[in-house]
Design a protein. Structure first.
Lengths: 299, 281
């Protein structure tokens, strides 16, 4: 009885933690919410000196860097999953999967170091000048190539979330019943046609779930972004420009914030991030769960 | 006779297959590039001093991060002590008692959500409940935030590993008249040991590279700290501070520390795989 109660208590702790996090963030951000209201979400002003705080620039940076990451990572990880499931010989597939999973194990801060000292200079000297000269007529690619900025943040994010999307997409593909796959091959379809016309539609819900899981990761990623995004509270159309994200603002300014309103505004920023990732997570879980349940296998 | 698809379709198939293989290659190249970057820059920083002395002020070459290594180990250790018993017990409930009950369902769901929660949010949470009321940064706060991050990983792997055990094992124990707690502790835990160990190793690997939740809980410190009650030195925040500094000596140290962390995390991951592999064979 005691044992059962104890284990029950421990299991209850997990949802309680989520509730606790929400409540704590809400309580501590109340002063900022009271002072700025809904304007907090849309005001681009972030000035600790005048005590004016708005989340727009951080939200903008989070959304844009995540968008770049998703545009790169989703096709890449689906292609890698396709390679692992259909093309590679089993041995190669096993080794490559392990290596891709190791990419997920590398801590965020290592991506940050590499991004700041290796990748950003590479972008600055090799990629960005070329983009500026060929596509420079677009506002996206204007301004001085600095290496660090929204663009490098987005690309590094893509590498970080790729293994997560890839691992789930691979599992989804592997779960498609053999008979369905093989009957498509039996009809004379090529490998790509089986993937595109049978496997992808069949596992679509799961694939969307995988994408949302990656999205959740990308939105909250902190250290790598903090290293390379440049940390400026300005909204700019150019991808070369420095920006910031919710998480990077928190990482940079939290330890130094002393005035209560400053701290409260930062916690309010945290609350915004919590709510966004919570919604994305719930959607992802819901989709994946529906898929696994309809295929009657455990998550 | 084997009719082949027309040339156009075969062409598309070939192109797409090539692109897929190229994508896989690109993923591997990224991994190699990162690893080589850390290895080539970090290896020069590693020497005896690196592991045994305190950081030097900027401009003075030499020095080490011994205090940060100890601080990271201490906080990770304490976090493990906090998260492992609770996590395993939660896993026991999910697999042995709760199974399909509402609480188990919600707990499982919450664990998945918590696993995907940005670690910096956990840091803000611990800051709000522990640092703000006490008025100072502390290693305990750092350990607590790491523990919260570990908890769902341990709980979910513990559940999965216990579930894999055959029911006959439980029935045999119960038939001998042993109560459920005894069956779980003495029979199931022993049978699931490699799996449970894997979960713990993965959880430790997950948090040993974490920086964001430590930034404003444990903070950092350039000195030896005798307890976790105040700001506690740790490797990851040291990397962050040193890398962002304009001093080449410090940046060099940051690379050394990065190499150390990367090797540690990869070793833990490979060890976890090894344990799991042993169980399957």
């Amino acid at each position: 009885m005691i044992f059962r109660g104890l284990s029950r208590g421990c299991a209850f702790l997990v949802p309680a933690l989520i509730g606790g996090i929400f409540l704590a963030l809400l309580i501590y951000s109340l002063p900022a919410i009271k002072k700025f209201g809904v304007g907090f979400l849309v005001s681009p002003e972030w000035n600790p000196v005048t005590q004016e705080f708005g989340a727009a620039s951080s939200i903008f940076g989070t959304v844009v860097s995540t968008l770049i990451a998703m545009l790169l990572a989703v096709p890449l990880s689906l292609a890698i999953a396709f390679f692992l499931v259909e093309l590679a010989p089993p041995k190669v597939s096993r080794v490559v999967s392990t290596l891709i999973e190791l990419l997920a194990a590398i801590p965020s801060i290592i991506f940050g170091m590499w991004g700041l000292f290796v990748f950003a200079p590479f972008l600055q000297t090799q990629v960005q000048p070329w983009l500026a000269s060929t596509l420079g007529f677009l506002p996206l690619f204007q301004g001085p190539p600095m290496g660090i900025g929204i663009m490098s943040a987005g690309i590094i994010l893509a590498f970080m979330i790729l293994p997560f999307i890839c691992a789930i997409a691979r599992d989804v593909f592997l779960l498609v019943p053999r008979t369905i796959r093989e009957s498509a091959f039996g009809m004379g379809a090529t490998t790509w046609e089986v993937m595109y016309k049978v496997m992808i539609p069949y596992g679509l819900v799961g694939l969307i779930g995988a994408v949302f899981l990656g999205l959740g990761r990308a939105l909250g990623e902190t250290m790598a972004i903090t290293f390379v995004i440049g940390n400026s509270h300005r909204i700019s159309a150019s991808l070369f420009a420095a920006g910031n994200s919710i998480a990077s603002t928190l990482a940079n300014e939290f330890a130094e914030a002393t005035e209560p309103m400053y701290v409260s505004s930062l916690i309010a920023l945290g609350l915004v991030l919590f709510l966004i990732t919570y919604l994305v997570q719930i959607l992802a879980q819901f989709l994946l769960r529906r898929l696994y349940r309809s295929w009657s296998v455990g998550l | 006779m084997k009719p082949r698809p027309p040339i156009g379709r075969r062409l598309v198939n070939g192109v797409v297959s090539g692109l897929a293989a190229a994508s896989a290659l690109m993923g591997l190249l990224a991994l190699a590039w990162i690893f080589w970057g850390v290895l080539s820059r970090g290896v020069g920083a590693l020497n005896l001093d690196f592991f045994t002395s305190l950081p030097n002020p900027p401009g003075v070459s030499g020095g080490g991060v011994a205090n940060a290594i100890v601080g990271t180990l201490a906080m990770t250790g304490l976090a493990t002590l906090l998260a492992v018993p609770v996590g395993i017990m939660a896993g026991v409930f999910l697999s042995e008692f709760g199974q399909k009950s509402r609480l188990a369902d919600q707990s499982r769901f919450a664990a998945n959500v918590l696993m995907g929660m940005p670690s910096i949010i956990i840091g803000v949470f611990v800051y709000a409940i522990l640092v703000l009321p006490r008025g100072k940064f502390s290693g305990y706060a750092g350990a607590l935030s790491l523990g919260i991050i570990m908890l769902p990983v341990v709980a979910r792997t513990a559940e999965d590993m216990l579930r894999l055990l055959p029911n006959t094992l439980r029935e045999a124990g119960l038939a001998l008249g042993a109560p459920t707690w005894k069956v779980t502790l003495t029979i199931l835990f022993r049978a699931a040991k490699p799996g449970l160990l894997t979960g713990i190793l993965l959880a430790v690997a997950r948090v040993s590279g974490e920086t964001a939740p430590l930034l404003f809980t444990a903070l950092n410190s350039p000195y030896w700290e005798s307890s976790l009650a105040g700001p506690t030195p740790n490797l990851t925040v040291t990397i962050f501070n040193f890398a962002m500094s304009p001093y080449p000596d410090w940046q060099q140290m940051a690379w050394g520390a990065s190499l150390l962390i990367t090797c540690g995390v990869l070793a833990l991951n490979l060890a976890a795989r090894f344990f799991l592999g042993e169980k399957h064979s």
